[in-house]
Design a protein around this ligand. Sequence first.
Ligand SMILES: C[S@@+](CC[C@H](N)C(=O)[O-])C[C@H]1O[C@@H](n2cnc3c(N)ncnc32)[C@H](O)[C@@H]1O
Length: 292
Amino acid sequence: MLDAYLVSGYQNPRINVQSILVRHALIARLLGAEAGGLMEDEIRFAVQLNEVLRTRAADLGVKMGTYRNPVKHAAVRRVDAGIADREGEFTARWRERLDRLETDPVSLIEFACGSANDYRTFAEAGLGPHLDYLGVDLSEKNIANARRRHPEARFEVGDILRLPPDDGAFDYVVASDIFEHLSPEAMERALDEAMRLAREGLILTFFNMADAPDHEVRRRRAYHWNTLSRPRIEDRLDGGGFGTRLVIPVARWLQRVHGYPHSYNRRAWTIVAEREPRIVPAVPHHLEEPSA
Ligand SMILES: C[S@@+](CC[C@H](N)C(=O)[O-])C[C@H]1O[C@@H](n2cnc3c(N)ncnc32)[C@H](O)[C@@H]1O
């Protein structure tokens, strides 16, 4: 169940815009600004395929979501069948570019990597050989799934609140859809750990963030479903020395820059934060034109 969780429907990392933005950040670090045109093409492609899912779900009467229930999950997979022949187009195109690249690998730790949810498309897009990658997750089952899928990469059971590696042990820390699930204290600690470990920067995906002055804490049984304050997170990043940032309110950006008015999640944000500008100037995904 975990192996198929969070990777179907709009969460499918081949067409999920936030998963694509994480790949673009890594690709920008490897290829620089020359890859910007293909990145914009991939966002347009993702918008098209998201729209195919949206209209097909409406036609089939399926409510899209992330389900453990097998019947509901199967309905989402019926919607997914509508993009099966196209969804791998861009991972194949990146692979052509990245297979030819000769450069030192970028070291990366991914917090809460699930069952290699995003790593599977890192590998498909040809990023694998260019990353010195470690994925960490609290769940042994997730790590067993990740290792089975990708024996060539490193995955370890671990708690992102207390990680053994030395300060600055990795170039980048990637963390997707985890901070909102932690208590406020644990979230602060995980953010400290991310900033402690990252030599160059952080690539962060949030599923529930708002332009509000404070975090909104919501406890749900054993975990949390908090709304994080964008300015408070940015203050923390400033405090840690990660002052070069790309901050993308995903739905607003898709609407304004790509003319796409629909979104499965209006509270999704992606933030790339660096000590020095490496990735941020090399991606074309700015809400406004960067000022001169
Ligand atoms: C919502 S899932 C996100 C998975 C993946 N990053 C993605 O975006 O699809 C949250 C993940 O965080 C993991 N997790 C929760 N608390 C953790 C902790 N303290 N340390 C490491 N992993 C944790 C869970 O096991 C789960 O795989």
